[in-house]
Design a protein around this ligand. Structure first.
Ligand SMILES: [Zn+2]
Length: 263
């Protein structure tokens, strides 16, 4: 089994957005709206700030969404809060935020800053994919300075492959994911080239409320102004895609393939 098999393992593996022709999900919702989305983030904040708006949008339209956090992001604790306590605060914030949006929160307990990319972690995520049977998986892009984000990207690629492998016996039967997208994250910006834009106007205010459960969102745990950055980003992406607020996603480069029968 090699990593080139990733493209073959993704259900459709074809007809995703071409680089030169950005697609907008909202234009043809009856065809383009997937029913189930699984977001997989290294840390809960990444999930809420970069992935959950599109979960909320799909839930609003009758789909389902779940956020899997590989760690609690506990080592981002400010000096006056013990690491363990901060992890539990992150867990509680994530549960409140996903509950508000109608999504499910799932956690794996890998230590923050030490998320391992190995067979065990890939199989653990594979099992989550088989359990939740998502049509779409959204996760980190590889062009990140953060080692946990890089590991998460690699784990998810192998997990999607393993999940669809009929001959790999696990507790649940194989499940092929139809599409994999990468979320726009300020920490994963190297060579991030968005090709899919999703109108999130219907859930924008609710998504902001969900993000506000996190002290980090309001800049209370560090220097970065997450609220300003991601709310402004949604406006900018909306400008580019003809809506008020939008999120931009990137298809896996190996899946950017159209197979037209004619032009
Ligand atoms: Zn992170």
């Amino acid at each position: 089994m090699n990593r080139r098999s990733f493209a073959q393992s993704v259900g459709s593996a074809v007809a995703l957005s071409a680089l030169t022709k950005p697609s907008v999900w909202a234009e043809s919702p009856s065809k383009e709206t997937p029913g189930r989305i699984l977001a997989i983030a290294a840390h809960p904040g990444d999930g809420l700030f970069t992935m959950v708006a599109l979960l909320a949008q799909q839930i609003e339209r009758g789909g389902t969404g779940a956020l899997l956090s590989l760690s609690l992001g506990e080592k981002g604790a400010p000096k006056d809060i013990p690491v363990h306590q901060y992890g539990e605060m992150q867990r509680t914030a994530t549960q409140k935020a996903t509950h508000l949006l109608g999504a499910e929160a799932i956690f794996l307990r890998y230590p923050d800053a030490e998320i391992p990319f190995n067979e065990e972690s890939a199989l653990a995520v594979c099992d989550t994919i088989r359990e939740h049977q998502p049509d779409v998986v959204v996760t980190h892009w590889s062009g990140s300075w953060h080692k946990d984000h890089q590991s998460c990207h690699l784990i998810v690629r192998d997990a999607v492959f393993y999940a669809g492998l009929e001959t790999l016996t696990r507790g649940r039967p194989a499940h092929s994911v139809s599409k994999v997208y990468y979320a726009e994250n300020w920490e994963d910006a190297s060579n991030f080239v968005p090709d899919t834009y999703l109108d999130i106007e219907a859930v924008y205010e609710k998504w902001l409320q969900a993000c506000d459960f996190y002290p980090m969102w309001r800049g209370q745990t560090g220097f970065f102004r997450y609220n300003d950055y991601y709310s402004a980003l949604s406006i900018m992406r909306g400008c580019l895609s003809g809506s008020k607020h939008a999120v931009a996603l990137m298809s896996d480069p190996s899946l950017r393939m159209d197979r037209p029968r004619w032009f």
